[in-house]
Write a protein that binds this ligand. Sequence first.
Ligand SMILES: [Mn+2]
Length: 467
Amino acid sequence: LADFEALLEKFRQLAGDVLNLVSLGKKILIVTHIDADGLVSGSVAFGALARRKADVAVRTVPDLDERTIAEIATAPYDFVIFTDLASSLLRELESAMGGRYAVIDHHQIPEGDRDLPQVVNAWRYGIDGGSDACSSSMSYFFAKAVDSSNRDLSYLAVVGALADRQDSGEGRSLTGLNKMAADDAKTAGLLLESKDLLFTGRETRPVHDAVALTSTPYMEGVTGNRDAVLSALIQAGFRVRETGRWRTFSELSEDEKRSLVEVVASMITGGDGAKWLSELVGETYTFPAEDPFTSLRDAREFGTFLNACGRSGATAIGMSVCLGDRGPALAEGMKVLSDYRSNISKALQGLSAEPARLEVRGRLLLVRAEDIVSESLLGPVTSIMSSAPEHKDKVLVARTRANESDFKISSRVGDSFTGDVNLGHLMGEAAQSVGGVGGGHNMAAGAKIPARAADAFFKFVADRLAQ
Ligand SMILES: [Mn+2]
C-alpha cells in the first residue's frame, strides 16, 4: 500500500541531514540523468540547495556504470546526491562511496536494496515508480522538505512526470505523488488543467504540423503526413493562417476545434475514428506564467524541449531553463529542439530504408540500429517505432554502438502487446547474463552490454518472451 506520509518523513530526514552538511560548509554534488525527468530532478535538487547558499554543483551522465561511479567517488566532493539514477547499481555505489551519498529515484530496485538508508526510492514506499512517481516529483518533495518556499518549483515536477509518460490516470491525467505535486502547482497559480485534444505542439506548431506530429495515438494516414493534412484543412475552408503567420491549435475556437476533428477523422484510414478521438482527448497541463507560443507553455512540450536538450548534449541549457532562464538559454534550446526533431526523423527514415535491420523473433522485434541511430537518440526512436501500428503487438528491442566494445540497448513494450513482461527486470537479467547492466520500468527499459555478447543477449530475451 502506498505510504506517502512515510516517504515525506524520509525526505524531511534527508533534508535535515543535507542541510547539516551545508551548514558545515561541505561540498555537495548532484548527479542526474540526461532525460527530461533527470534534468528536472537534478535542477530542482540543485536549486533547493543553492537557495540555501550551499556549496553545490550539478552534473549529468547519460548512464551510470562502474567506471563513472569510480570517477565520481574520487571527485572533490563531500557528499553526492544521485537523482533518476543508480537504483540498479546500489551495491557498487555503496562500496565506492560508503555513506557519502543519497539516491532519489523511482526506477525498479532490487528487493534486497530497498531498505538501504541512503536510498529514497518510490517502490520502497509502495508507490508505483512506473506510473505514480517520477524522480522529478520525488526531488520536488525533497526540495519542499528543504524549504517550503520551494513550492514554486512544483510545476517542474509536472513536466518530468509527463515526459516520463506517467499520465496513466483516467483521461491521461497524473496520479499519486505526481498529482500531489501538480496540486501544489495549481494552488500556487502556476498550473491550469483542462480537458482538450492532446495534439503535439498544441501551443507552438501550425495546426497541420501539430496534427501530423501527433503519434499517440498513432493515426494511420495522418501521423507523419503533414502536407496531406494541410491540403485537407485548406480544402475544408479551415483558416490555417492569420495575417503573416500560421495559427496554433491553442488559438482555435471550440467550433474550429470541432471542424478540425471532422477533417482529421475523415483522413484516418483503417481504424475507428471515434476510438482515436477518445484516446486523443485528455488532461492538458498549461503553465499560465510562460509566454504563449513558446515550448514551455504546455507541460508535455516542455518535456520534449528538455529531452531534446538532454539528448543533444545541451543539458546545461535545459537545466538553466528549469532554473528560470527565459533569455539566452531558451533561445538556444529552441534551436536544439528543432535540430533534434529533424535528427529523429532522419534516423527513422534511415531505418525504414533498410528493412533488413528489423528482425521478428516470435513476439520480439529486434532492431539493429548501429551506424544509423546515435546512442542518444536510441530511446526516442525506439519509443516512436514501438507506437507504430505494425509493431504495437511486439516487444521492441533496439541496439546501437555505445563505443568500440559496447552496445547500448533500448526496449519498449508495444501498447497492444498481450502478455506479461516486466522489461526492467528482463533487461536487468538479460544484461547480467552477458556481463552487462540493465534496468528500468515495466514498459520501457535499457541496458549496456559487451558488443561481442549481443547474440547471446538477444537469445536470452527471445527465449524469455517465448515462455
Ligand atoms: Mn525518470
